[in-house]
Every structure is written in structure tokens, then in C-alpha cells.
Design a protein around this ligand. Structure first.
Ligand code: HPA
Length: 269
């Protein structure tokens, strides 16, 4: 299945050969509008790709020039909480590796555990805590499953993002992302725990993709846009509507930073 999908996607890309892919989180799909001459392929046309059922996630591959560099964007991801499958993104990442992608930049919407990192902030993920109790490599029979995650988040890509943030005058927080399974939001007690454990932000995605990317040998980096202060920090109840409404605020900041990464070819230096 993967090989067929690889061939099909290569054909649809019609000579475009991106080495970087980006996964766009909830409310961040607007990034695809910054792609020139986009080729759009619906996930429905790509066997193995998820039929994402989360509102705010479109479910298509959009590839083209992003600040003059060939880039492939995935608008829409599968989440563990949809079907209880932590490896739901594995076929997608295998296809990306198959078409020659070597670098992966993941984005997500997240809640902040830190009052000093308010909604609208952008956080470069430096490390993660897998609090889900599961792992996308469970069931993988080969010894390749023993993936080292000491330096999961690629130093070179992180440096490029930090340089771009500086160059564009964008405040860039750095911190640890803690993966909760979802789909409920956390309780205030869980958020107090997360803070004690060293998390800066909490969310329901990204970590399985980081693990799968490292398994497949892709260089990976990830950024969160903060849509809310986490449960119990303001007295207000959380909602997915708030996530969708607030993601574009930090999302446009993140888009500016990422555009600069490619415009100045920072990933190549
Ligand atoms: N918790 C988990 N996931 C999230 C949050 C949150 O507060 N905000 C956006 N995604």
C-alpha cells in the first residue's frame, strides 16, 4: 500500500521534490495559503492516509513553493483519540519518507501551563513527556523499535527556527510538551501535576508523530501555538471552539517565522 501511495504522490507532485514536510495542527491550515502554485491532493486519494474527522482539519496534502522552497504540507492529522490508534500517522510518515522527505516540522495547538506564556504565544518544543500510556511503536516487531529519544528534536532545525524568530522579531518560547490522550481536556489537578513534572504546554497530538519520525530516520522539530491557559488557570471552561478561534493568532506568528526559515534557507546552513 505504501509503495503504491508513494508512486501516486510522486506522480501528482509532477517533478516537485520537497525535502521538508510540515504537519499543520488545528486552526493552522491557513499556512497552505502561503504556498505558491499549490498542488493539492485529498487524503481520500492517498491509500493509508487518515480520513480525519476533527473539525479544523482539512485532510489534504498541499505542496508547492513556500518562500521559494519546495515544501509539502499536511493539512489534517489523525489523533490517537479518534480511534485509539497511536500509530495512525505511520503510513503517512512512511509515504513522506518514501518520496524523499528528510525533515519534518510539526505544529499543534496547545494549552499553556505557564501564566507567562499566554494565548497567542508560540513555543518551540525542546522535549516531550509521553503521558498517554501508549506508544505508536507498540507491536513493531523489529529491534528498530528501540528508538533513542535523547535528542529527538533536531538541533539544526531548532536553531533555524530560533534564528528566524529573532530575525522577524517574534517572541519564541521554548519548552516541554506533555502528551495527554484526549479527547477530554485535562482537569485542574492534572495541570498542576503537569507543571510539577516539568511541562510547559499540554496537548493531544505530535508526540506519536515525533516517535514515528525518529523511527523512520526523519529529522524532526515541532512548534506549539498556545490557544489557552490550561484547565483551572483562569476559571473558564475550555472548548475546541476556543482552540479553533485562537490558533490563528499564534498561527500567523508561527507562519511568519517558518516563512523566514525557508526564505533565508536557514535549514541548509
Ligand atoms: N489541552 C490539551 N490540548 C489542547 C489544549 C489544552 O488545554 N488547548 C489546545 N489543545
Amino acid at each position: 500500500m505504501t509503495e503504491k501511495t508513494v508512486d501516486h504522490l510522486i506522480e501528482r507532485l509532477d517533478g516537485l521534490a520537497p525535502s521538508t514536510a510540515m504537519v499543520l495542527g488545528s486552526g493552522l491550515g491557513g499556512l497552505v495559503d502561503r504556498i505558491e502554485n499549490p498542488v493539492r491532493v485529498s487524503y481520500a486519494d492517498l491509500p493509508g492516509f487518515p480520513s480525519s474527522g476533527v473539525s479544523g482539519h482539512a485532510g489534504e496534502v498541499v505542496a508547492g513553493l513556500f518562500s521559494g522552497t519546495p515544501v509539502l504540507m499536511l493539512s489534517g492529522r489523525a489523533h490517537y483519540y479518534e480511534h485509539g490508534d497511536a500509530a495512525a500517522m505511520r503510513p503517512v510518515l512512511e509515504v513522506l519518507a518514501g518520496i524523499g522527505i528528510t525533515k519534518l516540522i510539526l505544529t499543534n495547538a496547545a494549552g499553556s501551563v505557564d501564566p507567562e506564556m499566554p494565548p497567542g504565544s508560540v513555543m518551540l518544543i525542546t522535549d516531550h513527556i509521553n503521558f498517554s500510556g501508549t506508544n505508536p511503536l507498540i507491536g513493531e516487531p523489529s529491534d528498530r523499535r528501540f528508538v533513542g529519544l535523547t535528542e529527538a528534536y533536531d538541533a539544526g532545525i531548532r536553531q533555524a527556527i530560533e534564528r528566524a524568530a529573532k530575525a522577524t522579531g517574534t517572541a519564541l518560547h521554548k519548552g516541554v510538551y506533555m502528551w495527554f490522550s484526549g479527547p477530554c481536556f485535562e482537569t485542574p489537578a492534572e495541570i498542576r501535576m503537569a507543571r510539577i513534572m516539568g511541562a510547559n504546554a499540554v496537548g493531544m497530538s505530535t508526540v506519536p508523530e515525533v516517535i514515528l519520525a525518529r523511527f523512520l530516520g526523519l529529522r524532526v522539530a515541532a512548534c506549539s501555538v498556545i490557544t489557552n491557559l490550561a484547565a483551572g488557570m483562569t476559571g473558564a471552561e475550555l472548548s475546541h471552539q476556543e482552540t479553533k478561534d485562537m490558533a490563528p493568532v499564534g498561527g500567523s506568528r508561527l507562519a511568519t517565522v517558518l516563512q523566514h526559515v525557508f526564505r533565508d534557507k536557514l535549514l541548509e546552513s
